[in-house]
Design a protein around this ligand. Sequence first.
Ligand code: T6T
Length: 321
Amino acid sequence: MLMRIRTVTMLGLALITVAACSGSTATTASNYKLTLIQGVAGDPFYVTMACGAQAEATKEGVTLNITGGNKWDATVQKPVIDSVTAAKPDGVMVAPDDSKALLAPLKAMSDAGIKVTFVDTQLDDTSFAVSSIATDNSGGGTLAAQTLATLIGDKGSVLVVNVDPGISTTDARVQGFNDEMKKHPNITVLDVQYTHDDPTAATTITTSILAAHPDLAGVFATNVQNAEGVATGLKQANNTVVKTIAFDAGPKQIEDLNAGIVQGLIAQDPYGIGVAGVQQTVLALKGQATTKTIQTSLAALTKDNVNNADMQKYLYKATCS
Ligand code: T6T
């Protein structure tokens, strides 16, 4: 498989990412049945991933079902996983909601002879997976910290608004962020706040932290829902001082970026993750070699570059059409 190296910068800071090129695996049309289990249904990140997976499935001549729980919660996702296993598709692309709690049902899926590929999130144990495909989440967290430090003049208090502990992607983002902030002695990172992926909780947290820390300088929101909720909280408080960097690039996040409420977005390539997920699963079904770990690209979006042609593939979709 071809690999591509690209450099991503935001406010002059650089991050190297390595992206897998999406060559087709289609040699002959096969009647494989695949299922994509999203981390949560309705999230523009997973909607966009499903669009990529569907486009590749159509190209490869395989059938794709798409499913997901209605909230980010391992106890909600477990019965979804169990029912997919019972339906016995040939292969599954899955974004597990928890890196430990879903080991048993996903191992059972693999033991039932179903090829399992991790897309976006993964388990601590990836030994039985065909492939694990994700963004450089730690590197994205580092880039978020460097950018935020520059935006706030390298001093003051910053808040991290996160989903839940135990999620491979967002844990890595916070780790990368915190490790980088250790190099900035005049910045204080407040205790991380968890929202359970609920934008309303992110708004409430933003409001109360602004009241408790009127000198708050910056926020790192680790995904779509947190970014949306933080932006609403800042808007409600008429706060134009706090600088915000967030992961992802959902439609509301782009509005908030253009409105100047959020200063930077670390956008992933969920469409590419969906494409690669189908490709790797089909390769495994054909008995061909797969790539154990694939890192897909990210882009640093600002108000100034968001309309550039080369950034358009990083904007998440509300629907595929
Ligand atoms: O940030 C993405 C995804 O990468 C993460 O694992 C969970 O949250 C999102 O789906 C965005 O809401």
